[in-house]
Design a protein around this ligand. Sequence first.
Ligand code: GLA
Length: 726
Amino acid sequence: MAIIFDDKTNTFTLHTERTTYQMQTDPYGFLLHLYYGRRTDGVMDYLLTFADRGFSGNPYDTGNDRAYSMDALPQEYPCRGSGDFRNPAIEVVNEDGSYGCDLRYQSHIIRDGKYGLEGLPAVYAQKEEAQTLEILLEDPVSGLQVCLLYGVLPELDVITRSVRVRNAGTQKVRLLKVQSACLDFLTGKYDCISFYGRHAMERQYQRVPLLHGDFRIGSRRGTSSHQYNPMMILTEPDTTEDFGTCYALSFVYSGGFQCDAGMDQYNQTRVLMGLSQEQFSWPLKPGEEFTAPEVILSCSRDGLGRLSQNLHSCIRRHVCRGIWKEAVRPVLLNSWEAAYFDFDGEKILCLAEEAAALGVEMLVMDDGWFGKRDDDNSGLGDWFVNEQKLGEPLGKLIEKINGLGLKFGIWFEPECVNEDSNLYREHPDWALTVPGRKPVRGRNQLVLDFSRKEVVDHIFEQLCNVLDQGNIEYIKWDMNRSLTDVFSRCGEDQGTVSHRYVLGVYDFLERLIARYPKLFIEGCSGGGGRFDAGMLYYTPQIWCSDNTDALDRIKIQYGTSFGYPVSAVGSHVSAVPNHQTGRVTPLKTREVVAMAGTFGYELDLLKLSEEEKAEVRRQIQDYKHYAPLISNGRYYRLTNPFVDEIGAWEFVSGDGREVLACAVMQEIHGNMTAGYLRLKGLTSGKKYEDLQSGKIYDGDALMEVGLPLPLETGAYQAYRYYFRQV
Ligand code: GLA
């Protein structure tokens, strides 16, 4: 049993294989958080301390007990109005304008299987793989009911949380804030790891000590954003990749979010994660319900490496869906950096012919094939094939490409519209704009109001029309701007529109995968601007970044690896000088880096020399050999490229017998000191053979000191070692 309720102490204990999470309802009905950490038995309420603390008020029904204060006690779901002056998880305004809310335990249910969330992405599991706990809290005055949902996946050391709020009273209420998870820590010092960035430079690693005051990351852009990923890690200060306690929170949501962490006056730490409060205001009439998106929690006592592996398995096996979730991806050639908008059917076919000759398995026609679209100023919204540009119907072109033995994929940006488009001319009110104001443009485009069903329906129909024209096996779903002017003519409260927009996107995607269950969808938002567990529920892979420079990618992919599996990371070999940085890196280096993701190409293969083409042929063969290990193996970070000169990572098969270790020299100096590649995850006491050199090494020695990398000149050299247990 993963979830245990002890009715003598009113304690809820959630066990995973290596961790325990515990809470308790106290005599007043408050749900207190007791513990989250290494697996333990017993009741942990002895951790609570009580004292008469100045300016920390006491609930009325505690009588004269001045030592009982919500301001100092650890809570499962703190609300504004209870006398807790810390950051609340929920804020409600009642019909009379008051902010009162007082949540007390009512009942609970424990059942097998994992709860789902209607209209929202969520972790799923077989009945025997998970258990669900629902705890119902209620405000006795307003009748507001808050149902806390917990999903426990013991094998992965994962606990999920979500919240359903229901107005069971007789008066209207308005939700101003509903966070999905709160974690209170009674004691301990923590660092916070988060992932900041910008377009073409996503998920940069940052680790800072948590101090008094709130540390906040979030997005007010309507998408999860390039700027902050909806993922946060809390670690003890001495935690490393391999040792120490750490906690992850990953938001299964693709819109605006916030995550706050900070220490209170008593040096206790609170972390909250959920929907962005900004532009959020959700009215609930009697009988209505609101569901907050899910947060995935994981705790590791074996350092950050294990924590990431927990999240990788959870996302890969319990978030991604469909036939592609665990399948090795086809090696693709994408037309974007090969031709941008400057192509016709013949060019696409020439690329396909060369691709087929080199062993590529899929040709993706990126932006520029529809409406009037020869640059990025027009055409979005007009999802009909520009047959003039292609020189023939799409179906015919696809047949020819399939005839070469290649699959065919195509690009869409369903959520946006150019003012210079038929769609906008016919339905200007379908774009998000504020009446009487000129909208903010981004990439010269506006965002369609996906909170409206008729808009979603129309674009869906257009997309299906295209998809039905031929054997399209992949689509790249792009979204190339942030939301502004969030005002809808949908007739709903404007404070609900940002979230309804995201629900509209999810609804569209759900319909798409229901109608085309074999379709492989890659998410994208100017690269990794919407790289989150929510999107991965619909698109098992996301284009990691518009930056294809191998050196920058080492850092971007390093940051990404903390929360997301390699199978989710779209990564391609592109041309040099690189189009984003102008940097020249060896072809081998670009290959090694792109193989830390789903491998493909993004360049004009026709421009390669014969020597380079031969290398590409060899790369693809190698990839096919390594792909099962890369996508199914355990992923280890061997260095931190933000501080180390070498960027290095490794894949180890589940049984520890096969190892692929990769390294890139990020810097070059005169009279170099030797760099050692220190491996992880091998089986102690076993020998490993380097299959290239035939040399045999002791596994323990490889993990203890490692392998000296060659001392070579030349910038950005890459090395790859493939070992097999002897
Ligand atoms: C975005 C994507 C690119 C490409 C372009 C096309 O920037 O991230 O990969 O598809 O759009 O306009």
